[in-house]
Write a protein that binds this ligand. Structure first.
Ligand code: B1M
Length: 213
């Protein structure tokens, strides 16, 4: 008979959006804390999703299902985590840059970052540089993540970094970029601190950027 933590991890891994919140509630009813359920159940499942995705044993639709199951579980825990002042891994402000309407991959990055224990403020898509700047002032994140799917909108990442510099905020945040046309060389050229090729890689880079690994 598997433990409740194993059941939670498996439920995320298998993308069971109906079962995961029920299991989270069961674990709470058994007296486990929100932090234990997150760290020893949900995040364990999501970490395994990352490992399997990198290995080529899971594909985007399955990862999205797992991310949704994770979200459904987190929805039950979120008020408890907020009320209990549980220390999250760090705060990430995330958005798809100006002119770009693609947000599926960016949302996946956001969900996996949440799954890894980060607090994520998702600004949505078509986000102008000044909105990133405002969000940094308001939320004081550790990390700013930008996504672009078009060769024509990649340059907005550079403009956004410039705007963050001009606002005097560059030293207060780490910046990670990603999206299909983006690569490591481009990230370095525009002065980003990191590049994530896919959602699990983005989580790894975010952890590195805040010194968590
Ligand atoms: Co558009 N589109 N699209 N599109 N679209 C692409 C990107 C394109 C490659 C299709 C093609 O021609 N083969 C092409 C871009 C060509 C280029 O610039 N090189 C293209 C085009 C041209 C366009 C329009 C211009 C079409 C038109 O109107 N003529 C138009 C532009 C609109 C705009 O943005 N201004 C357009 C519109 C759209 C829709 C709105 C219809 C829709 C988006 C809906 C939505 O997102 N809500 C759409 C879609 C769905 C696609 C494709 C088919 C799929 C994108 C996707 O969601 N992939 C795409 C072709 C393709 O990729 N096969 C295409 C799945 C997703 C999980 O992957 O987004 O790559 P991806 O994210 C990955 C990684 O990139 C990475 O992690 C994710 C998970 O592993 N990642 C990050 C992403 N962000 C990251 C951030 C990080 C780190 C990693 O750190 C912060």
């Amino acid at each position: 008979m598997s433990t409740i933590f194993e059941q939670l991890a498996t439920s995320v891994l298998e993308g069971q959006s109906d079962k995961t919140p029920t299991l989270v509630q069961k674990a709470l009813d058994e007296g486990l804390s929100a932090k234990e359920i997150l760290d020893n159940g949900l995040i364990v499942g999501m970490n395994e999703v990352g490992v399997r995705f990198k290995r080529g044993d899971m594909f985007v639709p399955e990862v999205l299902m797992s991310a949704e199951a994770m979200q459904a579980g987190l929805d039950v825990l979120r008020p408890l985590l907020a009320a209990g002042n549980v220390k999250m891994m760090g705060k990430v402000v995330l958005g798809t840059v100006k002119g770009d309407l693609h947000d599926i991959g960016k949302n996946l990055v956001g969900m996996m970052c949440e799954g890894a224990g980060f607090q994520v403020i998702n600004l949505g898509f078509n986000v102008p540089p000044e909105k990133f700047v405002e969000a940094i002032k308001e939320h004081k994140p550790d990390i700013v993540g930008m996504s672009a799917l078009l060769t024509t909108t990649m340059r907005a990442m550079g403009y956004t970094i410039k705007a963050i510099e001009e606002a005097g905020l560059r030293d207060s945040v780490k910046i990670i970029v990603g999206g299909a046309p983006v690569d490591e060389a481009f990230a370095q050229r525009i002065g980003a601190d990191g590049y994530g090729a896919n959602a699990p890689a983005a989580v790894d880079v975010c952890k590195q950027l805040i010194g968590a690994v």
